[in-house]
Design a protein around this ligand. Structure first.
Ligand SMILES: *Cc1c(COP(=O)(O)O)cnc(C)c1O
Length: 370
């Protein structure tokens, strides 16, 4: 049988091992060390001077972002329903409550009009949301102008979950730099990886200082261990940060490669029955994953299983959070957009290391099934 074609697998460049070897040589095998500062510096350069804190995961970054913005027990936080659970689980870690908002169909991200409806309704119920977690799904930028106008009108801070959207841009500006805080993930399946990791970025230096403080067990200044707050063990290791430094040298190349993968699928599959998510004007996607939606005559699950039998990994789109058993009964403002996407959509193998032959094999396999 042919080698399995994965959805999105790690793709190392040439520099990663050098940074790791250097860490071994100098014995910086810990959550302090020059690679961490170096990686944060690279992230800062990449995001036009925003400050960065390298952390153990994207989920940890969202958790700290919520704490920094003052979210507490019984508060409500608005979040996109169409996302991965890592976006909203940290709300529950804090004993706060999520409120889910549906997508619009141009970018599949949070619908600004429904956001407005949700905020107004929560206020009527006596609960003004404390923060908005806005996700840029699959690398596609959300409608930032509309969302930010509403957030500012109601003076609610925005956490930009750009875990899937490192390097994507809205009107020329990098994602992660629009909100009060932005977060990235460097999990193994993301556009670049540190094996596992994340980062929190902000233009407010005090937020970054606070994130680093909380991520290292909230140690006060003292020769002994002194604590006046509850902290976390959320810092990235110097080894992982070394991988990150190497990956940052190939990030732009990875974005180009993923965009090429998308274009190749688009050219060969955009026939009857298969739709692609195009970039609205001003939206630049890193094309982390190529996603398709199929017409109602075809069984999405049948196609997924048939491709899996051919050793091709495809995956349904994210199951909306308001449909997850664990979030049953959570308030949801929607018109059914993300539910329909979940029913009709698939993610195709999209890694930057896919060969031409592998991509062709995916295309031929899909063509033979439709
Ligand atoms: C991957 C991901 C996260 C979480 O990142 P981890 O590093 O895996 O904790 C959060 N939100 C979205 C949308 C993601 O895709």
């Amino acid at each position: 049988m042919e080698e399995r074609i994965y959805l999105s697998s790690p793709h190392m460049g040439e520099k990663e091992l050098e940074y790791i070897n250097e860490a071994f040589r100098t014995n910086w095998i810990s959550p302090v060390g020059p690679n961490i500062e170096g990686f944060e510096c690279d992230l800062s350069l990449f995001t036009d001077g925003y400050h960065a804190a390298a952390l153990s995961s994207g989920t940890a970054a969202i958790h700290l972002a919520l704490i920094i913005l003052g979210v507490k027990e019984n508060d409500e936080v608005i979040c996109s329903s169409f996302t991965f659970s890592g976006s909203c689980n940290p709300i529950v870690y804090l004993k706060a409550s999520p409120v889910f908002v549906d997508s619009e169909s141009d970018t599949w991200n949070m619908d600004p009009e429904l956001l407005k409806v949700a905020i107004a309704d929560r206020i009527t119920k006596g609960k003004k949301p404390k923060a908005i977690i806005l996700v840029h799904l699959y690398g596609m930028p959300a409608k930032m102008d509309e969302i930010l106008t509403i957030a500012r009108e109601y003076e609610i801070p925005v956490i930009e979950d750009a875990a899937e959207a490192l390097g994507s841009k809205y009107k020329g500006q990098k994602l992660g730099t629009f909100g009060d805080i932005g977060i990235f993930s460097f999990n193994g399946n993301k556009i670049i990886t540190t094996s596992g990791g994340g980062a929190l970025i902000s233009k407010h230096l005090q937020y970054i200082q606070k994130a680093k403080f909380l991520a290292t067990q909230a140690r006060d200044e003292a020769p002994h261990y002194e604590h006046s707050e509850i902290g976390f063990n959320y810092r990235m290791s110097n080894i992982c940060a070394g991988i990150g430094r190497g990956q940052m040298t190939v990030l732009n190349e990875r974005i180009n490669q993923r965009r090429k993968v998308y274009n190749f699928y688009l050219q060969n599959l955009s026939q009857d029955g298969i739709s692609f998510l195009e970039e609205p004007k001003g939206h630049f996607s890193n094309r982390w994953l190529t996603t398709i939606t199929l017409s109602p005559e075809v069984s999405v699950e049948h196609i997924r299983i048939a491709l899996d039998r051919k050793n091709i990994e495809v995956r349904p789109l994210w199951k909306p959070m308001h449909k997850q058993p664990v979030f049953e009964g959570v308030p949801y403002y929607g018109s059914g957009v993300c539910e329909k996407l979940f029913e009709r959509g698939l993610c195709l193998p999209s890694g930057s290391n896919l060969t031409f032959e592998q991509q062709n094999a995916v295309i031929q396999a899909i063509k033979s099934l439709i």
